[in-house]
Every structure is written in structure tokens, then in C-alpha cells.
Write a protein that binds this ligand. Structure first.
Ligand code: HEC
Length: 744
């Protein structure tokens, strides 16, 4: 019965702050005790001389360098890089706010991000200034103490580019380095901004914007190079990670994650090795995929840069690489030299990946005591459902165990390091249902690690998916090409069956012991797609939720200690910092991302509407939020349904292949993008054509699909949506007149 789901499935830096942070003394001066459990915090031989004694004038904004980043634990008041330190633990040594007093945490200030699209950014905070991003890659610099606006930079991405996104115009944040702020725009431009003014110092195109690549991830800076990857794997691209010189944006190196057409030769030996693991003509189906769309970490002592690689294009390996093969470096963690991009090692989590099981999830470096010896490890909980502990010097697998119930594989064979798949988990027996779904057991929402408790805090997704071999496959440039059957991957007509599936769509906060590879505690939520996590030395774990709460838990036990109503679903991770001896905790709120768009049927009413803001808390904070008005948006008023069953089926197939990623599975929208069942265009054949193929609303994110579907197919979709509007109307009438059904 569970045949559902899928196809996608100034410096205004305030002088007070500056005096407080006068850095004429080298950071981490005598007397400070460093937390040494963070491998990103090794006391390195200085890579560059300590800053010369400065006159007591304002130091430049965002003057972060290798030395400060590597010793980030000596200035826990700042949050200077994406995961706070190069080890990306998202653990803060700050403990002023703790399990004893968090009950008096209150809102200090809020800042309106003025968008209705998803907010995923980790804020960076340096010397009293917060740099954060909104949707559409817009950067805001704020006074981190008051929320006062300093500057905004809008790269003015053409909204048509939305067509190449799986998950909305989201952005996960900036990187800073020596007075510059770096942001990757959705359309591929990498910008270096003056941290004091937000003015553009340089910009560079990291790809041709006509190609279906996007950037949603946060850059990192290592040794004077800005590192940035891209997204778009199911659309048909060839993934890579690029390194640009911070000074002028010159390309220092580029590492491709999958081989190109062998006839054109290989960029390096790593690509030659990878090509031996592919079959068929993958380069003609968009390029293989393998985008580096999120995670990175750096070990300064080993001088290794780690990054996670995404899924294949199309997902279905039988189409992508007929006859199999591991398809390196899909779904792998890769270690390279940051100076040159030279390959050092890789570990592939899902050989021959076929289900969108990316390995782009958070990478955390830590030193763990295992069997009596301290090992330098790398940890990841990728989409495939296994929690991996690797030796980060060699890539050797130390341990792996499943952190959710999974049905595609039984275990990871320690001798080979490979998952042992169950029969029937590939496309020969089709359709088939497996856990986890293409959204993974864990998606991009960052996990954190507390060296105090020894636990990893994972925002877990527990969702099944149905995958099916499509009757036919045609590579359709510029739109999602999953190579799966959209009908069997969709929702059943029967509402009782839909509700039964809904009961399986779950999410939780999981505290995982990486040494024992077992659960320590869990908090079950009403649904999936909750926010990233932050762990602190105050024995706290903080997380926002899909149902509009920001919650503090005891890190050792999971006891809920405090919460705040955020008025919107939260997906972004919190950060913490300190100014003038006062600790702040800040989180960006605003519902969005893949689940929010695709799974309209199962979005909780409390997730909506999207109200995008930065919310910053301190002990005794007394600020409030203005009330939010929200009316369920779908008004069913469909015209008469005249089309034949064949036409409607054609419409359903094309809808699931091309429209579902934004307008929702089976035409039930998550309401961030219009629910087509309530569209007035259902009455207007020509207007529908003008929007869908004519690009009438392209400036508002609804691009033309004229290159992808015919006029006949577009009208078949309209017929299917009319049918679904009648279905929605009948259900609502059944449920009782006047009862609100927010998401369908
Ligand atoms: C990449 C995301 C995306 C995809 C894919 C997409 N749309 Fe849209 N669509 C949008 C957005 C965003 C809007 C809202 C534009 C606005 O604000 O006016 C929209 C609006 C529309 C509207 C107007 C609704 C109204 O009443 O105002 C129609 C009709 C529509 N889309 C049809 C389709 C069809 C049919 C497909 C598949 C062939 C499709 N869309 C695929 C993003 C998308």
C-alpha cells in the first residue's frame, strides 16, 4: 500500500564593540585555557605573524585570518566560520547561558529578513558584527548586540534561475577573511564584499548560469583560498569544488567529483581512477552529478580539506551507468590538499548510489577515545542512514552503524567498508519502498558534537520512499532528471492511505554516541524537517522545529528546559557569541527547503506561514514579536473536468516529472509556492500556456518550461490539476464546511 512519494522528490562596527575587542594583544594570550578537544583548535606554528600592535582605532571589519580561525576556541565570543571552527563541531565553549538558567532566556532583538522563502543560513559573528544571509543569496550585516542594520548586499539574482533549484532560493551563509565577506549567489557568482561597507571588491562566475547548476552552500576559507562548490545534481551537471584566491578571485584549482567524457582525457589521476568505475555514456545525461553542495571541514595539522559529494544524475543507476560500477566519487567523502586540490583519499558511503543518497551532510572532526587510544576521526551521518566514524588521516573506516531504521541495506561490512544491500533495493523489482527516502535519514540541517557529553546531535528524518523504474526515460535538459517513475513515487488517491503514509513521515532529535555507535536519547517530533543543532558547554543543545518552536534541551539527558514560539517553521541552525561579557544565542527562522515544497500533504500547519527573521536571545531578554496573520490559501473553485483519463494520466506523469519539485507531490503544495489547485489559471487555457510555456511570471520565479514540455503536455497538466482541485474540494466538504485544511 505504501506506494507513494516521489520524484524528488560601516563600519558601523560600533566603537564600543571595538574597544571591547581591542586586539592589539594577540588572541589567546597567556592565562586562557584552551579547549583542546577540538582538532581545529591546535596551537599551530603561526602561519602568519601575529597582528602587529595596532593603535587603538577600529580594527578592520571581519579581520579573521588563519591564526584566529585555528585558535577559535580562544575567542569563543566570536563565531568566525560556518561550523564555528574548522572542525565544524558547532560546539561553543560559552557557558554563561546553561542548563541552570536557560529558563530565563528571552528575545533580545529580532530582524526581519523580508522574504517568504526558506532561511537556512548559519550567521557569522566577528567582533560584534553579524553577517547572515536571506533567501536569494542576500547578505545582511547587523550589529550583533542590537540587531541594528549596518548594510545589505543583494546580488539581484534573476528569479528565473529558480527553475534550476531543487529546494528554493535558499542560502546557507557566508565566509569571512581579512576584511572580506564571501557569498556564493544562486546563479553561480562568487562575491568578495568589503566587510565594512558591503561593496563588491570582486566577483567571479563559478559556472555558466545557463547551465542548471546553483549555489546554496556557504563558502569556507582555508589558507587564503575561498572554497565553493555547487548544487544541481538531479538537473544534469558535473559536480566540482573550486578554490579562488581571496585577493582577486583568481581560480587556484578545481576538483571534479566525477569523470567527464573519457575521449576528452582526464584532468588528473583521480579522474582516471574514477572513470574505471563508470559504465555507459553518463556525460551525455548531464554529466554524472556528484555536486559538492554543502559540507566541508579542515584539519590544519594534517593539512587536509574534506568535502562531501552528492548523488548521481539521474538517481537511477541503471540509466546512469548501465551494468553498475561504484561511480566514484558519488556519495563520497573526499580529502584533498587545500593548496592544490590534489586528491589524498576518499571513502564512498554508497557505491553505485541509486536513491539520491548524498554524502554532503555535515562533516565533523573530533578526537575520540576508541579502545583506549585517541583517534583523529571524521564523522558523518549521510542520507543513507549509517553513521560513519573514519580515520581522517587515512580514510580508513573505524565503525559504521545505522542511526535510523533502514531497509535498503543490512549493515556495513567492516572488511570491505561497503554497505550490504538487501535484494530488491534496486530497480529490477519495481516499484519498491525503502527507508530512508531521497531526503535521507539526515539532510543538510547541521548536526553538532559536544566534547563534554561525547554525543552528536542529529536532526533526523525518518521517512520512506517508493522508487520505480520509469516506463521511458528521456534526458530533459534544465529540469530534474531523477530517472524514477513519478506516478509510483507519488501519493495514492485514497486519503486513508495518504494518512497512513503520513503516520510514517517522522522526525526527531537524536543524541548519538559515536564511540559506542548507539543512541543516547531522542526527542520525537510531530514531523520531520526540524532545524540544525548547536551544542554548548552550558550542557545545552538548541534546535528550532518545524512546528515553530526554538527549544533548549539538556545536552546530557535530552530534558526540554525552555522554548520560544517562533511563528514559523525553523530549519536553520543556531549560533552563539558573546559581547561585553554577555552571551547571546541567535537563530534564523523561516520555513522552506525540499520537504516544505514537495511534501505539502504532510507539512504541519504550524510551519506556516514563512516569517523570515533573525531571532537573538539573551538571559532576561524582554523583546517580543508582532503577531502574524495567516489565512489558509487554497480556495477550491475548479472548472468542469472534461479531459479523458488518458490525458489526465499524461498530465500526472508530466506534473510529477517537471512541476512537483516546487508545487508539491500530486499537486498538494506546501504553500510557499502557489497551490495550483487554487489557481484562477485553471479556468484560462491560454493564460495557463502563457505562464507555463510563455514565461509570463518568470520575473517572479515561474520560468518558462517551453523547452521541456509541449503545449499539449502543459494542458494535460492543467486537466490533472483540475481533477485534483475537485478532489480537494470534495475532501474539504467531507471534513465539514468551514474547516480549514491549510495544506490541502
Ligand atoms: C522551480 C520552481 C517551479 C517549478 C518547477 C514550477 N513552478 Fe509554477 N510557479 C513557481 C512559482 C515561484 C510561482 C509563483 C510566481 C508568482 O509569484 O507569481 C509559480 C506559479 C505558477 C502558476 C501561476 C499560479 C497562480 O495562480 O498565480 C502556474 C499556473 C504554474 N506555476 C504552473 C506550473 C506548471 C504547470 C509547472 C510544471 C510544468 C510549474 N509551474 C513548475 C515555481 C515553479
Amino acid at each position: 500500500m505504501i506506494r507513494y512519494l516521489l520524484t524528488l522528490a560601516a563600519v558601523a562596527i560600533l566603537s564600543t564593540v571595538l574597544t571591547a575587542c581591542d586586539r592589539s594583544e594577540p588572541v589567546g594570550a597567556a592565562g586562557e585555557s584552551a579547549v583542546t578537544t577540538d582538532p581545529g583548535a591546535v596551537a599551530p606554528e603561526p602561519l602568519e605573524p601575529p597582528p602587529a600592535a595596532q593603535p587603538s582605532v577600529s580594527p578592520a571589519a571581519a579581520s579573521v585570518d588563519a591564526r584566529r580561525l585555528q585558535q577559535a576556541d580562544k575567542e569563543p565570543g566570536n563565531w568566525m566560520s560556518h561550523g564555528r571552527t574548522y572542525s565544524e563541531q558547532r560546539f561553543s565553549p560559552l557557558a554563561q547561558i546553561n542548563d541552570g538558567n536557560v529558563a530565563s532566556l528571552g528575545l533580545a532583538w529580532s530582524y526581519d529578513l523580508e522574504t517568504q522563502r526558506g532561511i537556512e543560513a548559519t550567521s557569522i559573528v566577528v567582533d560584534g558584527v553579524m553577517y547572515t544571509t536571506s533567501s536569494w543569496s542576500i547578505v545582511h550585516a547587523l550589529d550583533a548586540r542590537t540587531g541594528e542594520h549596518l548594510w545589505t548586499f543583494d546580488p539581484e539574482v534573476a528569479q528565473e534561475k529558480l527553475k534550476h533549484t531543487c529546494c528554493g532560493p535558499v542560502n546557507r551563509g557566508v565566509a569571512v577573511w581579512k576584511g572580506q565577506v564571501f557569498v556564493g549567489a544562486l546563479d553561480g557568482r562568487l562575491f568578495a564584499l568589503d566587510a565594512a561597507s558591503g561593496k563588491v571588491n570582486w566577483q567571479v562566475a563559478t559556472f555558466d548560469p545557463a547551465l542548471p547548476y546553483t549555489i546554496t552552500g556557504a563558502p569556507r576559507v582555508v589558507k587564503g583560498k575561498v572554497l565553493i562548490g555547487n548544487g544541481g545534481a538531479e538537473f544534469g551537471v558535473r559536480g566540482y569544488l573550486s578554490a579562488y584566491n581571496v585577493k582577486d578571485g583568481g581560480l587556484a584549482w578545481r576538483f571534479y567529483t566525477v569523470p567527464g567524457d573519457p575521449a576528452l582525457g582526464f584532468e588528473n589521476d583521480a579522474m582516471k581512477m574514477a572513470a574505471a568505475t563508470w559504465n555507459g555514456e553518463w556525460w551525455k545525461l548531464g554529466g554524472g552529478g556528484g555536486t559538492v553542495w554543502d559540507s566541508m571541514a579542515y584539519d590544519p595539522k594534517l593539512d587536509l580539506l574534506y568535502f562531501g559529494v552528492g548523488n548521481g544524475t539521474p538517481w537511477n543507476q541503471e540509466i546512469r551507468s548501465p551494468g553498475g560500477g561504484d561511480n566514484l566519487f558519488l556519495s563520497s567523502i573526499v580529502a584533498v590538499r587545500p593548496d592544490t586540490g590534489e586528491y589524498v583519499w576518499h571513502y564512498q558511503t554508497t557505491p553505485g548510489e541509486s536513491w539520491d543518497y548524498t554524502a554532503t551532510q555535515s562533516i565533523i572532526l573530533a578526537d575520540l577515545k576508541l579502545a583506549g587510544t585517541t583517534r583523529k576521526v571524521l564523522m558523518q551521518a549521510p542520507k543513507n542512514g549509517f553513521f560513519y566514524v573514519l580515520d581522517r588521516q587515512t580514510g580508513e573506516l573505524i565503525s559504521a552503524d545505522n542511526y535510523i531504521n533502514i531497509t535498503w541495506a543490512t549493515h556495513v561490512d567492516m572488511a570491505t567498508g561497503r554497505p550490504v544491500e538487501v535484494s530488491g533495493a534496486r530497480y529490477q523489482d519495481t516499484p519498491f519502498t525503502i527507508f530512508p527516502s531521497y531526503l535521507g535519514g539526515h539532510n543538510w540541517h547541521p548536526m553538532s558534537f559536544s566534547p563534554d557529553t561525547g554525543l552528536v546531535y542529529i536532526p533526523v528524518l525518518d521517512i520512506p520512499a517508493v522508487y520505480g523504474q520509469p516506463e521511458t526515460f528521456r534526458y530533459n535538459p534544465g529540469v530534474a532528471n531523477t530517472g524514477t517513475d513519478g506516478i509510483s513515487g507519488g501519493l495514492p488517491d485514497d486519503q486513508a492511505e495518504r494518512d497512513a503514509i503520513g503516520a510514517l513521515v517522522k522526525g526527531r532529535l537524536l543524541a548519538w554516541n559515536p564511540v559506542a555507535q548507539k543512541e543516547a536519547w531522542r526527542v520525537e517530533y510531530r514531523g520531520p524537517w526540524n532545524g540544525g543543532t548547536l551544542a554548548t558547554a552550558g550542557n545545552l543543545v538548541l534546535q528550532g522545529t518545524a512546528d515553530g518552536k526554538f527549544v533548549a534541551y539538556r545536552a546530557d539527558s535530552g530534558e526540554a528546559l525552555w522554548n520560544f514560539t517562533t511563528q514559523t517553521g525553523v530549519v536553520a541552525p543556531p549560533v552563539t557569541y558573546e559581547i561585553d561579557g554577555e552571551q547571546y544565542i541567535s537563530v534564523n527562522v523561516g520555513w522552506g527547503g525540499a520537504f516544505a515544497l514537495v511534501f505539502g500533504e504532510y507539512v504541519q500547519a504550524e510551519s506556516l506561514p514563512n516569517v523570515s527573521r533573525v531571532l537573538t536571545f539573551k538571559l532576561g531578554g524582554k523583546a517580543g514579536l508582532p503577531p502574524v496573520e495567516w489565512q489558509p490559501a487554497v480556495v477550491f473553485n475548479p472548472p468542469e473536468l472534461k479531459a479523458s483519463p488518458e490525458t489526465i494520466k499524461q498530465g500526472l506523469t508530466t506534473y510529477q516529472d517537471v512541476c512537483m519539485g516546487c508545487h508539491g507531490l500530486n499537486a498538494v503544495s506546501g504553500l510557499i509556492v502557489p497551490d495550483l489547485r487554487g489557481s484562477a489559471y485553471l479556468w484560462d487555457e491560454k493564460g495557463w500556456e502563457d505562464v507555463v510555456r510563455g514565461g509570463l511570471l518568470k520575473e517572479r520565479g515561474m520560468a518558462s518550461f517551453a523547452d521541456n514540455i509541449s503545449a499539449v503536455e502543459a494542458q494535460a497538466i492543467r486537466s490533472y490539476v483540475i481533477q485534483q482541485a475537485w478532489r480537494g474540494k470534495a475532501l474539504r466538504e467531507q471534513a465539514g464546511a468551514g474547516k480549514d485544511v491549510p495544506a490541502g
